[in-house]
Each structure stands twice: as C-alpha cells, then as structure tokens.
Ligand binder design. Structure first.
Ligand SMILES: NC(=O)c1ccc[n+]([C@@H]2O[C@H](COP(=O)([O-])OP(=O)(O)OC[C@H]3O[C@@H](n4cnc5c(N)ncnc54)[C@H](OP(=O)(O)O)[C@@H]3O)[C@@H](O)[C@H]2O)c1
Length: 183
C-alpha cells in the first residue's frame, strides 16, 4: 500500500485537496499516480489531468473506475496548452522559467515530501486516517460489481526473475504495480 499512502499524504494531508479542485498528475500509469488519480476523484476533484507516454497508457488510465478525466500523451501533445484550454487558463499555472512571479501572483505552493523519514507517530496517524477515510472503498462495490477504488497490479514476477522485473520498470512498461513474489 506504499503507493496509496504516498498519494494520500500528498493529496490529502499536504495539498488538502478540496471538492471541485482541478489536479494534474504526471506519469499517470505509475503505481503512485494510479492511486493519486483515484483518490483525487474520491475527494471530489472536478478535472483530473494526467500525462503518459503512450496510447496504451491513455486507455489504461481512463479504464479505472475513478480514472483521469483528461489523459494526455506528452510525446505527441503539448499538455500545457491542452490544460490551459480545458481550464481556460485559470486553474493550473506552469512557470516557464526560474521566475518566482507566477508562484507569487497565483499564490501557488511547492511541497517536497519523504514519508520514510517521518516519525513513527506521523506515519501511524497517516495510516489511521487512510484506514478511516479510504479503506472501505477497496471492498465496497458499485451496482455493476466494480469496487470504488481499484488496486492495479501489472505483473507478478517470481523473485528469481528480479532482473526481468527491473528491466520492465526501467523501460517504463508497467501500468500499475510490479510485484516481486518471495515464497
Ligand atoms: N510506489 C511506491 O510505493 C512509492 C512510494 C513512495 C515514493 N515513490 C516514488 O514515487 C516515484 C514513482 O514511483 P512508482 O512506483 O509510481 O513508479 P512506476 O510505477 O515505476 O512508474 C514510473 C513512471 O514514471 C514515468 N517516468 C519514468 N522516467 C521518467 C522521467 N525521467 N521523467 C518523467 N517521467 C518519468 C514513466 O511513465 P511514462 O511512461 O508515462 O512517462 C514511468 O512508467 C518514484 O520516484 C518512487 O521512488 C514510490
């Protein structure tokens, strides 16, 4: 669940995502971003933009029950222009150089975070809040029988094939998590 806790911390604890927000999530098919996209929708985001490197990944991020509302192949499209058009230039700003002025005028924040070095108390509080607010959505089913939040496992490798697993990850092939099974 590390990817879910990482996404939860970023979106909910740090960014305090609000209903109606517009959100941009890069590397949309990655483990952390698959979780972040679904959480953004769960917490009421209006538009969830995500960038990916292929058409296959676009299909994948849109196939999630609570998937991205807008998926952009950054290799073939200018995602900045697409998002500007969709938000009428109001919601998301991209400083194009090192100037801090866009940050100041739009009252933007940049946060950095590393969960593994936080205190045990912080991590326990994070897990506890995640359990309280999110956990049931993994088992709750909608009328069609689909759970509200989906764990996406791309491939399970036996530990002896760890090199193949790393090769796939380095080639950016995975859509969701890669699992290494140790028996
Ligand atoms: N997974 C966890 O539990 C976890 C927890 C804490 C922190 N993190 C950190 O979060 C990051 C993502 O982890 P993950 O497990 O979600 O990764 P992942 O599933 O392996 O996906 C990474 C994706 O990032 C994109 N990417 C790769 N190189 C890039 C580059 N140079 N510039 C921009 N995008 C690039 C690729 O997507 P495209 O093909 O679409 O470009 C790639 O598929 C890592 O730095 C990891 O250390 C992960």
């Amino acid at each position: 669940m590390g990817n879910w806790l990482t996404a939860f911390q970023g979106l909910v604890l740090i960014c305090d995502i609000q209903k109606g927000s517009d959100v941009l999530i890069h590397a949309g098919a990655s483990g952390v971003s698959v979780a972040a996209t679904q959480l953004a929708r769960l917490y009421g985001a209006s538009k969830v933009f995500t960038t990916v490197s292929s058409e296959d990944k676009i299909q994948f991020v849109k196939s999630l029950r609570r998937g991205a509302t807008h998926a952009i192949n950054y290799r073939t499209h200018d995602f900045v222009e697409e998002i500007k058009r969709e938000t009428e230039g109001k919601e998301i700003s991209f400083p194009s150089d090192a100037s801090l002025l866009p940050l100041v005028f739009k009252r933007l924040n940049i946060h950095g975070s590393l969960l593994s070095t936080r205190s045990v108390e912080y991590q326990a509080a994070l897990v506890s809040r995640f359990k309280r607010e999110v956990f049931d959505y993994f088992t709750a089913k909608e009328p069609g029988g689909v759970s509200l939040l989906q764990l996406k496992i791309w491939k399970v490798y036996p530990w002896q094939e760890v090199k193949a697993a790393h090769d796939a990850m380095e080639a950016n092939k995975n859509q969701g998590k890669i699992i290494l099974e140790i028996k």
